[in-house]
Design a protein around this ligand. Sequence first.
Ligand code: NAD
Length: 294
Amino acid sequence: MSTIAFIGLGNMGAPMALNLVKAGHDLKVYDLVPAAVKTLTDAGARAAASADDAVQGVDVVISMLPASKHVEGLYLDQGLLGKIPSSALVIECSTIAPDAARRVAAAAEARGLAMVDAPVSGGTAGAAAGTLTFIVGGPEAALERARPVLEKMGKNIFHAGPAGAGQVAKICNNMLLGILMAGTSEALALGVANGLDPKVLSDIIAKSSGRNWATELYNPWPGVMEHVPASKGYAGGFGVDLMLKDLGLAAEAALSTRSSIPLGELARNLYSLHSAGGSGRLDFSSIVNLFRKE
Ligand code: NAD
């Protein structure tokens, strides 16, 4: 079993790392927040004193950080790439700008390090269940090296293309997710305002032509579904500000190719308004609160 450095143990990183510990890997973990590290050390992982310490002597480095600036900050500005053993494989799982992923991949290649961008889909429930979808960009050979590790955390692995391609596919998916969650919220709020029970309406939509991931697995209305952020005060899950970041990445990608994304831009403005109202750290399904009348 390989020794793995896991950096970034937030809502997604912690359950992903836990599945690697359960699979028998020797894990060295690091996060800026000590409480996040403790969850993993309680499960048998080794705490590293720093990111540099975490990568000493490992076979694989995995990172799951918020945004481009954290990933470039760590690998390039702080020079972590220079500390990783040259035989190791780097699997970068955060959702970041394709250009940022390409810059880090080029620097890794210049050092002779194998690297893939491997952003994920499936949410915190998918991370905990080990059923994530990995959307991989990078050389085929690096993906094949990563596959046995990715299979411990997910059940679908796609090769989107060269470095950065995983991020492009992930951004397109999340733009659609942001639109679907806002649309689902709007429809539920309309039904409730017109006298329907949100659970009855959700059950109907989940078996009708408006069904989608939100109505099937991640309903935004409190109390309709157990164990989703909406029924836990919108704690945990996928933050409004992270969705806003992804919709911003979609807007940048659209600008750079003169693509039209009117619905993506509208969704970006809705999440921006919601974040400005103080909800940035809540789960993104709390966008339903923009539409609720009661
Ligand atoms: P999060 O904010 O819960 O966790 C990020 C973690 O990174 C935090 O614990 C933070 O302390 C740590 N961190 C930041 N900078 C660091 C550094 N320099 N060194 C060490 N640790 C550092 O975010 P998350 O929800 O886990 O999301 C992580 C990434 O996954 C994001 O890019 C997000 O867009 C993507 N994503 C999230 C979900 C989801 O449902 N939450 C789903 C798919 C993809």
